[in-house]
Structures are given as structure tokens and as C-alpha cells.
Design a protein around this ligand. Structure first.
Ligand SMILES: Nc1ncnc2c1ncn2[C@@H]1O[C@H](COP(=O)(O)OP(=O)(O)OP(=O)(O)O)[C@@H](O)[C@H]1O
Ligand SMILES: [Mg+2]
Length: 349
């Protein structure tokens, strides 16, 4: 990709050529101001400064200028004097199920191009129940589920589900609210966990059939002809055949017992199935530029989409870095591909 040149008028009225300025919106863990009734994992979705720096250095080394803007509030404060051509948005937002849409909606309102999905796809991806309704409408396999904010209700929906079940907050990411108690084997455990989620996260719980087996995630970059990457398998505590093991917040925080594996010898049928389904899911929620689809695969090899992440983590410990290593390309090449996808979408290249 060539550096895109832009023309700006200097105050003297003379044309000046400079490289494209890419603004960056993000939430950093250190900038989070905890509230008194926050759960312990309240800032889990936010990025570390190192990740912001890694992306900004990649942008600069690709020949552009990176301009750090900050989070949605910083964006609002700076919006009238924003001197950028496009914004790379990885801001998670702070409250409610529309939080990831805050930045995209402001940018859309101002007519500012931005890299990544728009507000609707981001909110849909964050709300697991809304996303699953779309999956079902599109015949995308996803674990059977129901949602409730009442642990004392008669839970008639259980007629259609088989234990074990897994209980998650309806609109959180980064394994927030996930612990060993999230997998429940009976109605007493279920009621206790629903009550915990509703009280702690102040939102309904989504209750799904637990898929015992293995876990994969598939990353995608692009729009019209997206690049669907090799499925990345999740290893927990040295096991690929996870059985009943799953991501918990504790495991994610310790990081060590979790590994992303790219196995080029993986079963071809499963690989094809996962890649086709990932793309179908990406398109179902109108994802743009980049995204990631999470799967569990049962013991018979049937894949189930757990969720779509239209704003997947780009940190050095995450899937895009693992794929860069697998493909023997530098991390900045991944960033270049994401930028290219957005530039093409806007007809900038
Ligand atoms: N139905 C299920 N069956 C088995 N395990 C599940 C199921 N749903 C979730 N899990 C486990 O819980 C983890 C977190 O669930 P999920 O991906 O839905 O939420 P998340 O917190 O948004 O994830 P992320 O960390 O990718 O943002 C999964 O990676 C998986 O290990
Ligand atoms: Mg997930």
C-alpha cells in the first residue's frame, strides 16, 4: 500500500502535501475511574498503553501520522478541532450495551471516516442475545439459550435445554463474569449464578447449553472479499481437547494457562466449516474491516458460534499476533491489511 497523500491548505493559501493523519480512539485500563459498586473485572475490556503504542508505531512505520485522541469523552472535547483524515477506533466505551457504539456514532455524525465496524454492528456484537437472534435468523448454529433477569422465576425455558448450562452476562466481553461457577449442573446452581450476574453486572443473564469439546476462534480482515484466517485453537492448561474447561476471567488474567495454537495439520473438514461459518457470521452482522468469531465444537465435530467480536483485541498476547507469527509476517502487516480494508471501503485507494 502506498502512503496516501493529502492536500491541505496552509494559512498562507499554498498547497502543502502531507501524509494521511490517522486518529486513534481507545480506552486504556489506567484511565478507568472505578465506581463504588464495580465488579472486580470492570476494566477488563480496556487496552494497555503498550497495545495503543504498538498500533500507533505500526501506523507510523507504514508511513502515516498517528494522532492519539483518547476515549469517547476525549473525542467529544476535541471534535471541533480534530485534524485527522480517518480514525482507527478500538474504544470499548464505559457503560451500557451501546458503549462500543459511542465513538462510531459521534464520528458518523461528524462525517469523519473511521476504521472498523459501525455503531449498529458493535452494539449487536456486544449484546449476545441480540446477536444470537441474528444467527438463528441466518441459520448459523449457536448453542440453545434463554435470557432472564429474575433468578426466582419458574424458568419454564429449561424444558428446551439440557444441563450442563453456562451462565454469562448478556452484554460483556473479555470473559467478564466468567468463573468456574458459570457452568451449572442443576437448577439451584443456575438460580444462584443468575442472581450473581444480575446483581453484579446489573443486566440480564444469558443461559446457554454448555458445549463440551474444543474451542476455536477465526479472525477476518476485509469487506467485499475478506481474508478469512486459519482457525486458531484455544489450549487451556496444556489441553486442546477441552472437555468441560472454558475461559474464565481468572484464567484470562493469569494468561499463562491459555495458549492460541495455529495447527496447519488441523482436520480439513472442520477447518473449512469454521471458516465458512465465520464469514457467514461476519456478514450477518455487517462487520467491517476486521473482526473475530468465537466457536465451541462439540465432541461430534459440530461447530457452534458463541459470539462475534466486531472489535477484537489487537494486543500482542492476542489472536491477530498469533496469526502474524503463524504467517511469518510482522504485526504491522496485520495493521496494514486492516487499514487497506477501510481505505478501499472509502474509495481512498
Ligand atoms: N455455550 C458454551 N459452551 C461452552 N463454553 C462456553 C459457552 N459459552 C461460553 N463459553 C466459554 O466462555 C468463554 C467466554 O464466552 P464468550 O466468548 O461468549 O464471552 P466473552 O466474554 O465475550 O468472550 P471474549 O473473552 O472472547 O470477549 C468462551 O471463550 C468459552 O470458553
Ligand atoms: Mg469470546
Amino acid at each position: 500500500m502506498k502512503a496516501i497523500l493529502r492536500k491541505t491548505n496552509t494559512t498562507a493559501g499554498k498547497a502543502k502535501i502531507s501524509t494521511l493523519k490517522i486518529g486513534m480512539t481507545y480506552d486504556v485500563k489506567s484511565g478507568y475511574i472505578a465506581r463504588p459498586d464495580d465488579p472486580p473485572d470492570a476494566s477488563a475490556e480496556f487496552d494497555r498503553p503498550e497495545t495503543i503504542n504498538m498500533i500507533s508505531e505500526s501506523i507510523q512505520s507504514l508511513g502515516f501520522e498517528a494522532v492519539k485522541i483518547g476515549n469517547s469523552r476525549d473525542l467529544l472535547n476535541k471534535i471541533n478541532n480534530l485534524d485527522v483524515d480517518i480514525v482507527f477506533n478500538i474504544a470499548e466505551g464505559v457503560t451500557g450495551r451501546n458503549r462500543e457504539s459511542e465513538v462510531p456514532v459521534i464520528l458518523e455524525m461528524m462525517g469523519m471516516p473511521f476504521i472498523g465496524s459501525d455503531g449498529l454492528s458493535l452494539a449487536l456484537g456486544l449484546d449476545k442475545v441480540m446477536a444470537k437472534k441474528v444467527f438463528i435468523a441466518e441459520n448459523i448454529p449457536t448453542p440453545r439459550f434463554f435470557t432472564t433477569d429474575d433468578a426466582k422465576a419458574n424458568l419454564y425455558q429449561l424444558e428446551n435445554l439440557n444441563f450442563p448450562l453456562i451462565v454469562k452476562p448478556q452484554y460483556e466481553g473479555s470473559s467478564k463474569g466468567m468463573s468456574e461457577s458459570s457452568k451449572v449442573d442443576n437448577i439451584e446452581q443456575l438460580r444462584k449464578q443468575i442472581s450473581y450476574i444480575v446483581k453484579t453486572y446489573k443486566q440480564p443473564a444469558i443461559i446457554e447449553e454448555f458445549i463440551s469439546g474444543s474451542e476455536y476462534t477465526v479472525a477476518i480482515i476485509g469487506n467485499k472479499n475478506p481474508e478469512v484466517f486459519h482457525p486458531v485453537q484455544i489450549e487451556i492448561e496444556g489441553e486442546l481437547d477441552l472437555g468441560d474447561k472454558f475461559y474464565t476471567f481468572e484464567r484470562v488474567s493469569r494468561n499463562a494457562p491459555l495458549r492460541y495454537i495455529c495447527n496447519e495439520n488441523m482436520d480439513k473438514t472442520l477447518k473449512d466449516k469454521l471458516m465458512v461459518l465465520a464469514l457467514k457470521t461476519y456478514r450477518a452482522v455487517d462487520c467491517r474491516d476486521f473482526g473475530r468469531v468465537d466457536f465451541r465444537v462439540d465432541k461430534k465435530g459440530n461447530p457452534y458460534v458463541l459470539e462475534i467480536n466486531p472489535l477484537p483485541a489487537l494486543s500482542s498476547a492476542d489472536v491477530f499476533m498469533c496469526l502474524a507469527d503463524y504467517l511469518k509476517i510482522p504485526y504491522k502487516e496485520m495493521i496494514r491489511r486492516i487499514l487497506d480494508a477501510a481505505f478501499q471501503r472509502y474509495g481512498m485507494i
